[in-house]
Design a protein. Structure first.
Lengths: 329, 329
């Protein structure tokens, strides 16, 4: 049984996991959907009630029925490397590739539907609330008056994008910023705006979850840190990510979150306040983990490899879709 | 409790359903996400573990908690009517709108994740097979030799797009075409190609499913029809769509298909062969039904309205996502 990794050519994080899989002598095929058609080819036949599919990469033929798991790491758009690239060819190629893979029994990290849903920040906030994770008071609005009322109740606010990374090529992270006290908010009428009570934090927490395994890391905020530096990705800090225990109530909430979201992998960001409370900020279903592993020494890549290499669960028809059947939203 | 219809301004099919809902005095809000922000506004607040959201359209304010159902008919891209339209604003606005709607208890026709998955033709074919619906022998390939071998076994073939409509603006349907006997198939290396055994058909079948209700219509193919006219959408026929009974084995397969796919609405296309067998061609989760209703007299719009207006199912937390929890792929 083979592990399929969908990612682009330059991907150090994937390299780390491939090295772990190689150590375990687990067969791996790595391909970039951008190379389909061309270096990557596929074929699937539906005859007399059965489906048989194959992928070919670099002359190697893999049966889709022999796929153990699929890791969607950082794939290019299908057919984007084709000589005659077009939106139409991308759509045709993506539907062919992912449509066939969806028909296999492989386990997914993460299933594309679960991944897509998990990117919705408003949905994340609701789900985190339902799972009992503390969420800082948040408003998403196009009503200037609603924003003003919210700022009256919660005077110390940050603003962040609703959707995450800016969709330019390459995508650019949009930093979370502090809202100036005299902000008028008239401009929220021109685009949905996410305002959130600023958590006065003494540390940032990154909790990386791989299946049932959790790796929590903590990065201290210096007491004299600039309070305008709210986004850990852009803060000038010399502190390192250090392993930390996950409070049991957080662990329980996160487990429920991942189950309801149908995610095999999730990277949670929390802000730890002065009393030690972890406030949910977001869960990134495709979050990087290389930087945490390097600083904290936590064996995250090995955990990903273990998950991908695990034998299929017992039962008559273990399949990826069933594994992310939604219990909640 | 209000029915929310997401569609563009010019939509006769939506008009038909709104008329039915008005007859039943069911509150309806109709909006085009293209008008957000601007004529459409939204606000959602996450405070102390609860979410409260509102939509505003034409000065009317609707609580998201008061939504009974959401019908995704033919919505424009979010924010596409904005004065400063951009991919970024579309992404922000779509995430805000759909992210909040995903957090409500409303029932969906169809849930966006189920709808997206249901568009994958390779997945459709596998699911139809698993549901016991007869599927004509089909090959999707980028291997010229696989195509040639398939054509040796099934000499009378049609070719059709893997993904459906061509993604131009407005989207253009790509007709299914007959494959000439002397075709070389070298070109399949340049793009995934779907080849299917041509069903020599005596009628086209359109089976429109709305919740548990099925409306089958049949359009006779004239005995002297041009065998190259394989696509009913483009065929020159004077026959009308006529109501027909659904064979019980087909009804059972279709019910399973819709349940596994998590779809509340599906328009199935079948080809009826000389022996009366219905061959599955595809299931369009957003299929038009106006033309069938007009010719066949079947009350499809009323059935859609009934489904949208139905009270929420009993239980502690009836929600849209639960309604499409996947039992299979």
């Amino acid at each position: 049984m083979t592990v399929l990794i969908l990612t682009c050519e330059q991907d150090v994080t994937a390299d780390m996991v491939v090295a772990e899989l190689d150590r375990g002598a687990v067969p791996v095929v790595r391909l970039d959907p951008a190379d389909l058609p061309g270096p990557v080819a596929l074929s699937g036949e539906y005859v007399r009630g059965t489906f048989r599919g194959h992928l070919s990469v670099g002359g190697r033929l893999v049966s889709m029925g022999g796929l153990r798991s699929v890791w969607i790491r950082r794939p290019g758009a299908a057919a984007s490397h084709a000589a005659e690239a077009s939106d139409w060819l991308t759509e045709e190629s993506a539907q062919a590739l992912y449509g066939m893979l969806r028909s296999t029994d492989a386990r997914w990290m993460n299933h594309p539907d679960a991944a897509r849903r998990a990117r919705h920040k408003p949905w994340q906030l609701s789900l985190a609330q339902r799972c009992g994770l503390p969420v800082p008071a948040t408003l998403i609005t196009t009503f200037p008056q609603a924003a003003r009322d919210f700022a009256d109740r919660f005077p110390d606010l940050v603003v962040k994008p609703v959707s995450g990374a800016h969709p330019q090529e390459p995508p650019r992270a949009v930093p979370t910023s502090r809202v100036a006290p005299d902000t008028d908010f008239a401009a929220v009428a021109f685009g949905p705006t996410l305002l959130q009570r600023r958590v006065v934090k003494r540390a940032d927490i990154r909790l990386t979850c791989v299946g049932e395994r959790m790796f929590a890391a903590r990065k201290t905020v210096a007491p004299d840190a600039d309070p305008d530096e709210v986004d850990v990705r852009f803060a000038t800090s010399s502190a390192l990510w250090q392993p930390v225990d996950t409070p049991s109530s957080v662990a329980a909430g996160v487990r429920t979150y991942l189950r309801e979201a149908g995610l095999a992998f999730g990277a949670f960001d929390f802000a730890e306040d002065a009393e030690g409370m972890w406030w949910f900020l977001e869960c990134n279903q495709s979050g990087q983990f290389g930087f945490v592993q390097i600083e904290s020494g936590q064996p995250i890549a090995a955990a990903v490899a273990d998950w991908l290499a695990a034998p299929p669960p017992p039962g008559p028809r273990p399949n990826g879709a069933r594994a992310w059947a939604m219990e909640g939203h």
